[in-house]
Design a protein around this ligand. Structure first.
Ligand code: GDR
Length: 343
């Protein structure tokens, strides 16, 4: 019989790639959606016929119990969160509720439905739980690269909430013998990335500038260093983490560092333009407390999971720019048709 997976955050970038991956692996996949979300309009529209949906909200304990009870999943992937770090200074309490307490609610739902007991370590028939932890937990780093034992020093309400989610997952593993693991994922991007994140903001702007639809690109801190990988690679790691005999946390990244300035330069080079002619610094976009440098030591994932990233940063930026060029050209042509039609 095929395995059943429940994914929170299924409408996001990672949720869409993970749902595709699990369906290809023969899973029955269920996405947790909030009442008014319309799956047909979202990233998962192409999967709508193969995906099942169940209503629920990480803010509502009872809805999670009902969803887990209805789906009876073998695996739960908790990707649902407010993912844009700056929003966590604007709505810190909401972000703490969803990204922090939401993890606790899902763990409790699994515990209640499956009756997992204190300290039993029979992982065989348990619901397995994946928590989307983040490199933002490392924050103000003192050692580079960062691995599973590096100390946390989060620099935003987002990072603090994710750190709570991480520790409560460890705690439920240790308190109740639950199969719960955290993937500490470094930045991961794709053509499906939200437009507010820096790589997609850049690739969209490059496409629009190349096609004469935009003039300038405003950015904040160009010196920030990130370890950027391809989201499609990272969801494979999530799945592998739940197939181990013993639950264990993993760092997932590429071990390569680039600045935001590198990202801008590479993206503009893809269309033969000089970034310095188009980029302006906007101090409003500089964060109250910045994570300056992140770089993953992903050797545990390589050794234990046999996982490796397959897309280099230059390829990733090119993939995003090319996708946005196609999309921008369609938008421009559509606008042309509308204008012509109005004459
Ligand atoms: P991040 O991703 O906060 O690292 O979190 P983001 O792409 O937003 O920022 C990366 C770096 O770029 C700098 N930056 C800008 N960022 C944005 N968004 N917009 C700008 O105009 C801009 N200019 C410079 C930022 O200051 C930052 O240093 C992502 C999210 O997906 C999290 O949910 C996830 O947990 C982590 O990655 C791993």
């Amino acid at each position: 019989m095929s395995k059943r997976a429940l994914i929170t955050g299924v409408t996001g970038q990672d949720g869409s790639y993970l749902a595709e991956h699990l369906i290809a692996e023969g899973y029955q996949v269920w996405g947790l959606i909030r009442g008014q979300a319309n799956p047909r309009k979202l990233r998962i529209s192409r999967l709508a016929s193969e995906l099942n949906f169940v209503e629920g909200d990480l803010m509502d304990q009872a809805s999670l119990v009902s969803a887990v009870d209805l789906v009876q999943p073998d695996e739960v992937y908790n990707l649902g969160a407010v993912s844009f770090v700056p929003m966590s200074w604007q709505q810190p309490e909401l972000v703490t509720e969803i990204n922090g307490s939401g993890v606790l609610r899902m763990l409790e739902a699994i515990r209640m439905v499956s009756g997992i007991g204190r300290g039993s370590r029979d992982f065989g028939n348990q619901i397995r739980f994946y928590q989307a932890s983040s490199s933002e937990m490392f924050g103000k780093v003192t050692t580079t690269p960062q691995c599973e034992t590096t100390v946390f020093y989060p620099r935003s309400p987002y990072g603090v909430a994710k750190t709570y989610g991480h520790y409560i997952t460890c705690n439920y593993r240790e308190s109740y013998g639950m199969y719960g693991v955290s993937g500490m994922l470094f930045n991961h991007e794709s053509p499906r990335r939200g437009a507010e994140f820096v790589t997609r903001k850049i690739s969209l702007a490059v496409a629009h500038i190349k096609l004469g639809m935009q003039d300038k690109l405003r950015l904040g801190n160009l010196d920030a260093v990130r370890d950027w990988g391809f989201a499609g690679d990272y969801v494979r790691a999530m799945h592998l983490m739940l197939q181990c005999d013993e639950p264990m946390d993993f760092v997932i990244g590429t071990g390569r560092m680039h600045t935001v300035r590198d990202a801008v330069r590479i993206a503009f080079e893809c269309v033969g333009l000089n970034w310095a002619d188009h980029v302006e610094i906007d101090p409003v976009l500089v964060r109250p407390a910045e994570v300056e440098t992140l770089c993953a030591d992903w050797s545990r994932a390589r050794d234990v999971l046999g996982w490796t990233p397959t897309v280099r940063f230059e390829e990733l930026m090119r993939m995003m720019v090319e996708s946005d060029l196609e999309q921008a050209a369609r938008e421009r042509d559509y606008a042309g048709v509308l204008t012509a039609g109005s004459w």
